[in-house]
Design a protein around this ligand. Sequence first.
Ligand SMILES: Cc1ncc(COP(=O)(O)O)c(C=O)c1O
Length: 403
Amino acid sequence: MTKLAIDGGKPVFETPAHVPPWPPVYPETAEKIKELYLSRKWSFYAPREVEFNRLFAEFTGAAGCAMMANGTVTLEMALLALGVGPGDEVIVPAHTWLATGEAVVYRGATPVVVDIEPDTLCMSPERFEEAITPRTKAVIPVHIYGSMADMDKIVPIARKHGLAVIEDCAHAHGGLWKDKHVGTFGDIGSFSFQQSKLLASGEGGACITCDAVLAETLGRLSHIGYQYAAKQGQAGTPPPEGLICRNYRVTDFQAEILISQLEHLKEDTILRANNAEFLRKRLDAIPGIRVQARGRKTTLQSYYLFTFMVDPAALRPGITRKEVIEAIRAEGIMVGSGWGHPMYKQTLWSVPSSMYRLAGCENAERILHEELICCALSWLMLPQDELELFCQAVEKVMAAYGK
Ligand SMILES: Cc1ncc(COP(=O)(O)O)c(C=O)c1O
């Protein structure tokens, strides 16, 4: 057996892998940012924000798009636009970033946390349906890491019970389910453009919707009530009575960056998806390893992270996920355990237990605490010979640490 790098052997990656830096930067965008700076038109329904909203709606097939400050307030504004408030319950999956649940709390509503499917790691449609009560008002499926929640099951269940559907697409820009873009299956799709995301402008987010009236409401909500359709800089008609609007505006600098990235999104999504399939085939063949399953009806999987699980029962005594991660890292691949916890156990989760309800999260607990291993999306842009080395590194570690 080859000696592991962690034990002093030669690493599989003898020279560092060619992982492209993230986010990508383009010289022509740098020029445009300079022009924008000199134009002094930086915000307030400024031209590039309006243009990005138009382009992203077109790209996703939505009726409208409203850029906002980040992918947390997009969730909060989506809930507000759909009438979710105090006394309501909103069903969310256990496996997500804490923003998904905290946005519900910001509305004075109660997050009800349900378990995930063990293969896709997304919300279980069955657990979702079981958790519905007369107080349930909405559901937020999350398309997590490199998979998609089962929209063919979740949307009909929600409609049967009269619930609103907000898709949290913070990890899924460019992803297609039966050739339709994620975020267009329910009422509103919420996106994050934070630094690490597939479209990244440092901070930022957007809501998309196929409902023109909702699109108008979302535009107003994030622009302190200004009517989006009004002439730039003019208030237009007043907001509907009782719609208390916010200032969650972005700047044109963010929009300019996103417009240039959007031009590359489809091509890059296809490249990452093809490379992920190469890794999937090889890694799924290693005893004790299984790759996060694709969404069941996915036609183009958008990978935010590449994620696989190690089966603790397949490891030698004394070896856990922690040792596997350390050994893979020593071979030259920067893997980690992701958030390491379900949403309600993440370090920054600050919601008191009286303000949310857990509806049984055994899969999420087990998988996130003991099994999940992931690496950043740039690793899916390695050249082919290094993708091969990636597989060899995992094979080598499992040959040493497997039973
Ligand atoms: C699943 C999910 N939803 C929502 C968010 C919130 O996005 P933001 O950081 O832009 O507020 C994130 C951010 O990482 C996320 O991972």
